[in-house]
Design a protein around this ligand. Sequence first.
Ligand code: SAH
Ligand code: F3S
Length: 441
Amino acid sequence: MKKFYVETWGCQMNELDSQRMTGLMMEQGILPTREVKEADLILLNSCSIREKAAQKAYSRLGEYRLLKKDNPELLIGFCGCVAQQEGEKALKRVPDLDFVMGPARVGELPTIVEQRRRFGKRVVATGFPEASQRQYDFDALAREGTFKGMVTIIEGCNKKCTFCIVPQTRGPEQSRPMDDILAEVQHLVSYGFREIELLGQTVNHWRDPQTDVDFAVLLDRVATMPGVERLRFVTSYPRDFTQDMVDQFGRHANICPYLHLPVQSGSNRILKLMGRGYDVELYYDLVERIRRVRPGIALSTDLIVGFPGETDEDFQATLKLVEDIRYGSFYAFKYSPRPGTAAPRLKVDAVAPEVADRRLQELFALQQSIQSEINRGLVGETFDTLVTNWGKRPGTQTGRTPCHRLIHFPYGDAPFELGSTTQVTVEEGLPHSLVGRPVAA
Ligand code: SAH
Ligand code: F3S
């Protein structure tokens, strides 16, 4: 029996792409395996957002090609954002690599594999076909795990953040038609998915290509579909978040009280160098308006420290922002220069790596204490909890609160069905999760 193995690095779009690859191969009658040694097809879905992405990918491909000694049938496919960037080069550099496939070409996977198996052709499928030319079969998608159905609504990105490689690897922005999106959500709901997550690099920049209605309208339409219990979306771009979108939080209880709103820096000078197109004042104002319609919403963010030209004062401004906003969680990264982006060419001084490291540690320490405080403050509250998994300890399960916090709880006499919702009262707040007790138990 033929089997395939997928390794996934990076963001949710990559996760979804891997689910698509999995679905497409399963449609061909090939089964997924968790054991790379059993595989006749290995797909490496790479990520190029930060440092040493290419080296990391090539070294993994190097490990994989050794497996060909024991299994001459084995095919290795290089996929994802590093593959998009490397293209033909990858075939030269890795002599027994079988094909290269960029993120916009996932739908072609079965054909690419067949080209290799039957005709010996090493296909390089990179670049960005028009949306209408792309193959997207949402039926052939192996959705995994947590009762969350991810739905891409907008591909690529047209922003020009000076640090970011995404516009190169995922191509220009293209919105999917509203009808396609609604059909996919309907399909997911009918299969029992409780939670819908709309995806895009600038998800709130979506516009229907036919009617030009915006993301606020789409949110409204999806939120009112019967069966959509929880609706979330990532990633929102602060400048594109209109009052209409804010208002949707007030209108629909099933839009989750959780919002990822990357700010990147608390210093206007750095935001300008980053080319983000908003200032801290806009960000504070937006957060205030969101919290007015949805008090208790959990916010999360992305931050970069050590961006070229970042002074101590700039960094202090970031610390202040983090203290003021009080995020429920965050992702913080040390700046890493990416080829072909504008930031490395800015006429400012680079930040010494040890300084950037120290700043990152300081930021993590601050956030850790804020998160502990917030989570301790939730003790005594009861949340509708979507039961998503088994706990590590016997007799326990884990779930997600509407604000997307991980919560551990003992299930009592009988476990809850995975995918069901139950009320859990918080008894303890840890820095990265909650511990609670089901009301029913
Ligand atoms: N579309 C999203 C970001 C996508 S990239 C947005 O609007 O913000 C995900 C995160 O990776 C970014 O928010 C940023 O914090 C981080 N990142 C991107 N490029 C980076 C780089 N060159 N160095 C360090 N972090 C980076
Ligand atoms: Fe990257 Fe900025 Fe787009 S961070 S993904 S260029 S919004």
